[in-house]
Each structure stands twice: as C-alpha cells, then as structure tokens.
Design a protein around this ligand. Structure first.
Ligand code: ZN
Length: 220
C-alpha cells in the first residue's frame, strides 16, 4: 500500500450526482449505481487512473474494462455509507478497490474505526514493509508509535492484507525478483536495466516490489 498524493479534482459527474441525491440516504448509492451507469463508470475510471489501476489496499492489478466482473474493481467508500451517509458522494471518501470478498473493502464491510489507515492522507509506504521470504506485510520502524496499534488493526483485522491468497501471490512475485537479481549479481549494468524494467512492469504489489528492488539494487 502507498499514499496516493496526486489526485484529479472532483469529477463533474460526482458533483452532479451529489446534487441529485442531496437527501443522502444509504439507498441512494444503489439507486445511483442502477440508474446512472455512465456517471458511475466515469467516476470509477477517474479513481482507477489516479491509482494506476491498482486496488488501493492490496495493490492487485485491476482493469475497469475487463470482461470478467471480478477484475473490474469497484468504488469503495473509505468511511462506510451506512455510518457516514453524508460522505457518500465525497471525492475524498471514494477509492478504487478490488472486489475480493475476504480482503480489502470486502473484508472491511462496515467495520470502520477512526484510526483506519487512509492511503490518501497516511504515508503508508513508510509504515509497512514486506518480508521477501514469506510475502507477509508487517509494520516497519518508520511507523510512528502512536499509530502502530491502528496500523496493525487495519492490516490484520480490518483489511486482511495477509490473507493466505495475497501472501502467496506476493511471495511468488518477490521470489522471482530475488532470483533474477541473484542471477545478475556482479553485473551492475544488467542489474540497472533489470531494475528499470521491473519498476515499470504492470504487475501487482507495486509498493512491495519497489521496496524489494531498492533493497536489492540500491540506486547509484
Ligand atoms: Zn484489494
């Protein structure tokens, strides 16, 4: 997970919908989803673009134009609609998220708490580190003392980002990077090229991959 700092301004479609559904009741979102597909898709595309087409929490690659529904991703409310109906059409509360039922938004459901990590405002990439051997995400030394309980709870209890499925996918990708670096050891030019290519690749877990690359092939 990483902080998303470079966001587009609120899309006009969202502003229009916010005015249309000014009573802001929980059911409004489902109604909007059914009756305003064009606007919904435009908003989802903008979120996806801002997040480089990764799920905001687990960083699996998503594709809004995918044929299979499971890969399209959905608009996630960071603060759930049921508890914060007034933030239902609030741009800062909307994120692009995978549809996995047991991780990320699917695991979170309505289980919001005040310290839940927020990738729009928290420098999450410096709070979490990945274990290249088992693919597990854990708190890093960079996570401040007063946020450690919140971050741990977010990671393990609310978003379930160390689910067996995510861990083993992470493990596989990180292992293949470690192996390639091992093979290229002693060849600085080849390593620099590999590093550049690996950074640009459209593969899941961008933050974990960059962390590992920085560790294995320090720049300069
Ligand atoms: Zn996800």
């Amino acid at each position: 997970m990483r902080q998303i700092t470079d966001r587009s301004p609120t899309p006009s479609e969202l502003t229009t919908l916010k005015q249309k559904f000014s009573s802001q009741q929980v059911g409004d979102w489902e109604q909007m989803h059914q009756n305003h597909q064009v606007e919904y898709l435009a908003i989802r595309e903008q979120l996806a673009y801002d997040q480089s087409y990764f799920c905001i929490y687990c960083e699996l690659c998503l594709d809004p134009s995918a044929v299979a529904d499971g890969n399209k991703g959905h608009i996630e409310h960071h603060k759930p609609k049921s508890k914060y109906p007034r933030l239902m059409f609030d741009w800062d509360n909307l994120m692009y998220c995978c549809t996995s039922p047991d991780t990320c938004g699917g695991a979170k459901g309505n289980a919001y708490f005040n310290g839940l990590i927020n990738p729009y405002t928290d420098p999450v990439e410096s709070w979490l580190e990945v274990n290249k051997i088992n693919g597990k995400l854990a708190l890093s030394n960079g996570c401040p003392e007063n946020r450690r309980d919140d971050v741990y709870k977010s990671l393990e209890k609310i978003l379930n980002l160390n689910s067996p499925g995510l861990r083993s996918k992470r493990q596989r990708i990180l292992r293949s990077i470690s192996k390639a670096v091992e093979v290229l050891s002693g060849q600085p030019d080849a390593l620099a090229v590999f590093r550049q290519k690996a950074k640009a690749e459209e593969m899941p877990f961008i933050t974990a991959r960059l962390q590992l690359l920085d560790k294995l092939i320090p720049e300069g």
